[in-house]
Design a binder for this molecule. Structure first.
Ligand code: SAM
Length: 181
């Protein structure tokens, strides 16, 4: 099962840091890649690619001109589209996650920035809330991925990076040139 994140509504300059964090969370919490829509700074993409080079992957980073094209293509290929929104079915206290998992299909997770276009709610197969209160796309994505993978994504072995951390109760321990398979 492939899981990709679609980040829509990025505003150059203003959203640079948050959009970078959406990418970092997508990778660290087990997604296979991120697709940004629109005018995304090259420096943002380069900083994410550096993270993959340093800490491993695989993790795909792409830019697309239109969210509608990405969503339509994803659905044509048989994938399911999950839009994270505070207005959706709450991931806690409903069976929405079980219904998504039951599909057993590739998942495209859509997260917004400012106001999300109305058609996204219609194009999505599921509109899912991480609690029905406003917060952040970074938090919503982290919680959704963690529940999707049941926490196992935190043990994921990343491959091909230059560095890896040796977990340590104090200080910083690293090993270099890890697992270049
Ligand atoms: C800062 S919010 C803006 C939401 C905006 N008010 C709207 O109408 O969509 C940016 C993104 O964070 C995510 N988000 C915020 N709160 C959420 C929640 N409670 N559940 C799921 N996603 C949420 C959504 O993906 C949303 O598009």
């Amino acid at each position: 099962m492939q899981v990709f994140v679609l980040r829509i509504g990025h505003r150059p300059g203003r959203d640079r840091r948050v959009s970078t964090h959406v990418g970092l969370v997508a990778r660290a919490f087990g997604a296979d890649g991120i697709i940004y829509v629109g005018n995304v700074e090259k420096s943002l993409l380069e900083s994410l690619r550096k993270v993959v080079e340093t800490w491993g992957g695989p993790f795909s980073i792409e830019v697309a001109p239109s969210y509608k094209q990405v969503i339509t293509y994803w659905k044509e290929r048989g994938g399911v589209v999950v839009h994270l929104t505070m207005y959706g079915e709450n991931i806690e206290g409903s069976d929405v996650l079980e219904r998504i998992k039951a599909y057993g299909r590739d998942i495209l997770i859509v997260v917004g920035a400012e106001k999300v276009p109305a058609d996204v709610y219609e194009l999505a197969d599921f509109n899912v809330a991480v609690g029905n209160q406003p917060h952040s796309e970074v938090a919503a994505l982290a919680v959704f991925l963690d529940r999707l993978y049941g926490g196992k994504e935190l043990l994921k072995k990343f491959k091909g990076g230059r560095l890896a951390i040796i977990p340590s109760p104090r200080g910083k321990k690293l090993i270099g040139a890890v697992d270049h398979e």
